[in-house]
Design a protein around this ligand. Sequence first.
Ligand SMILES: C[S@@+](CC[C@H](N)C(=O)[O-])C[C@H]1O[C@@H](n2cnc3c(N)ncnc32)[C@H](O)[C@@H]1O
Length: 355
Amino acid sequence: MLDSLNRYSSSSNNVVDFMVTTIPGLEDIVFEEAREKINVLDVIPRFGDVGGRVLLRVPRNQCDKVFTLRSIEHIIELVGTFKVGSDKNGLDQIYSGVYSFDIPLGSTFRVTCERVGSHKYTSIDVQRIAGQALVDKYGRRVNLKNPETIVRVDVAYDLCIVGLQKTRTSLRIRYPRMFQHYSALNPIIAYAMLRIAGVRSGDRVLDPFCGGGTIIIEAAQAWSGLELIGVDISPKSIEGAWMNAEAAGVRDKVNFIVGDARRLERVLSRGWRADKVVSNLPFGIRSGRLKVIPPMYTDFLKSVRQFLNEDSKVCLLTLHNSLLKSIAEDLGYKVIGSRWILQGGLKTWIMLLSP
Ligand SMILES: C[S@@+](CC[C@H](N)C(=O)[O-])C[C@H]1O[C@@H](n2cnc3c(N)ncnc32)[C@H](O)[C@@H]1O
């Protein structure tokens, strides 16, 4: 672990520190993926004590690889950090702290701030004062709409984190969604669930509530040699899933079928087996029909069982974790993992079952 957060100056000639953002609760997935793809020299999960942020120290010659990670949204190259107070004096500290760093600005810039914790100033105040420090020091112009450089000045409790934002749009946007499902999953969560399920080349992967196809398309893009089937009861969703697969360039690697996840025997061949079932279950909130959820979860888990091997894994995203756990256990499944994540402030659960 990097030992000191207090005003450690980051990138040297040979190493670069990146603060990357993800879904709170998936920090370990970022760490695992980064370690697999990059020679990560050090890591701080929950950087600045904030969920959804991870600090990765990487060799300079491997910086490009950070952009290939599928578990992250934004990449910020760290310039440095310093302690900051929570009262109005904090703004003076931000001015002098930002002023003291060497920041390679383009001809125009913008400051963006994300603030976590309780302070007597707002993120707008931080943007204004940090922007002023940069104008005073470098004499560059502010351009809010299309700046050459985006400077991040985040305040996390008593820590000010200064960096250069390297991503303009979130890396979760993998392809243009030709069909926008009303409850489309963030592909970062889809990727994390596939990893949690332990997907590997050669697996047969089933998403029985596939909607617009996010999980199946993510699997097709991130792994090779998978057999992929998505099922959804809505013909409109299945048509949309095909359109999305086309846009993602994986149409020939996937299969989408209209069908009922409670009666999978009607759509899947009798001897077929799924190594991994990965799915974002209906939450029953949008439809306002929470009472349909218990029988739906029960009938789905009963039906899917005949398509599982002894070693199969079932990874499900739900809002109703205790309900799912009790139904699964009653039906003889083992709950082998469970964690919560925050999706736009909503606590949802990823549960891993084995038959
Ligand atoms: C939470 S959404 C899935 C969204 C999907 N992960 C995506 O990113 O587009 C749940 C889906 O379950 C489907 N569904 C509801 N009841 C079903 C059933 N009995 N069998 C199959 N699909 C069903 C809905 O049509 C909806 O598309």
